[in-house]
Design a protein around this ligand. Structure first.
Ligand code: 261
Length: 410
């Protein structure tokens, strides 16, 4: 955490913030940050946070000054080198490994055949029940099955993939440090350690097979693409990025689907409009990504040289976390930002980031959500919120509804 260990004049309201408060509801704290300290040092995290759209965008886009950097808890969870925290040629190599399967042109070629049957299967499993928690029975399973099958993990059950991302997520977001900069809760990394060990046990034999028998799966391509004839990529260069995918790319399309439904439930007129006109699902997803950004505050950058952002001087080595979920509520860009409103002016959100480390899965994730929600709304057009159950959003690093109780006449 070099560059961040200097003494800071931190006001009490910032010094006393806890990760738990942020996880329950980050919005009030961030509203004040955006007004009073758009780039602020947060002692509980041992790093800076950027909270406005302008600061987040400026940092993300400026790859000359800012390099991709993983939060300390993220580095502890994924290991090195992963696609989030390498730069220059090393970053290019890992992007060349993951990008081909996720290019819009490639996705258009397979995504219907991949995702629609999956979505149909999970909606058929609940269709006759008349009630369900859509997070556990639909959003998460569709999200993990779509990416799991793309990667070549057909032999791993959806429940196992869900367990893995939940465990990796607990570890990734175990970010609190004490006054010495040491982990406040070292036990919090255990679930991630367990998941990683199990993932290697399951995936190693699959990689053994793909080394000799390449196929169409994305992981087979990760092994072979860009390698000299007869050589495959070293596994230590694959696993850290695979762990990144098994967390973020597995979890976030599910969060996005769930938040889209929850957002629509806050606006019955717009919900009805989307059910009647599925072409509007794309717009609903986009507004939902702004309203509750799934990767709310989980990516960071490190200054390569001394620089100034939002009037704050940041020495080389400073780490700044980009809180996109806050940037997407910036009142400079959005009126009444906490309202879900599909009809608002389409000012682009920054939920997929920007610049050299912008999300590789932007198009794939959006298509998974679109097809998932199309199948759900077409099969169960009389879907309603179960008003007897609360909708609790949770998470600061990653955010979405914990459960989403729906009912319908069968
Ligand atoms: C595939 C993107 O995954 C992540 C993004 C940001 C933080 C952690 C992740 O696993």
């Amino acid at each position: 955490m070099d560059g961040n260990t200097r003494l800071h004049d931190t006001p009490d309201w910032i010094a006393n913030i806890t990760i738990q408060e942020l996880e329950n509801n980050p919005y009030p704290f961030y509203e004040r940050l955006r007004k009073e300290a758009p780039v602020a040092f947060i002692p509980a995290l041992g790093l800076y946070i950027a909270s406005t759209k302008e600061a987040c965008r400026a940092i993300a886009k400026d790859g000359e000054t800012w390099g991709g950097f993983i939060s300390p808890a993220g580095g502890r969870t994924f290991g090195h080198p992963n696609v989030l925290n390498v730069n220059g040629p090393e970053h290019k190599e890992l992007r060349c490994m993951v990008d081909p399967a996720l290019q819009p042109r490639a996705v258009d070629g397979y995504v219907e055949d991949l995702v629609r049957p999956i979505a149909r299967r999970y909606v058929e499993a609940i269709e006759d029940k008349g009630a369900a928690d859509l997070v556990a029975t639909f959003c998460e399973p569709v999200s993990v099955r779509a990416l799991g099958d793309l990667l070549g993990l057909q032999s791993v059950s959806s429940d196992k993939l869900r367990e893995w991302f939940h465990k990796l997520s607990v570890s990734f977001t175990n970010a609190a440090v004490d006054e010495n900069g040491d982990w406040a809760n070292p036990e919090g990394f255990k679930p991630g350690d367990e998941a990683r060990a199990e993932i290697r046990e399951v995936v190693d034999p699959l990689l053994d097979n793909w080394e000799k028998n390449p196929d169409d799966s994305a992981l087979s391509h990760w092994l072979h693409d860009g390698m000299p004839e007869g050589k495959t990529r070293d596994r230590e260069r694959i696993y850290p990025t695979l762990f990144v995918f098994l967390l973020g790319a597995m979890q976030e399309p599910g969060h996005a689907m769930a938040s889209t439904i929850a957002g629509l439930w806050t606006n019955p007129e717009q919900f009805e409009r989307v059910i009647d006109n599925p072409k509007q699902i794309r717009r609903a997803i986009s507004e939902s990504l702004r309203w509750t950004s799934p990767i709310w505050s989980a990516v960071a950058r490190q200054a390569k040289k001394d620089t100034t952002v939002a009037g704050v001087d940041l020495p080389a080595g400073s780490v700044v976390m980009l809180s996109y979920g806050s940037a997407n509520h910036d009142s400079n860009d959005y009126d009444a930002p906490s309202k879900f409103d599909m009809d608002r002016k389409p000012v682009p959100h920054i939920a997929f980031g920007a610049g050299p480390h912008a999300c590789a899965g932007t198009y794939f994730a959006s298509e998974v959500c679109r097809i998932g929600l199309e199948e759900l709304f077409e099969t169960i057009p009389n879907l309603e919120r179960d008003e007897t159950k609360e909708i609790d959003f949770w998470g600061w690093g990653f955010r979405g509804p914990k459960e989403l109780h729906a009912k319908w006449e069968v």
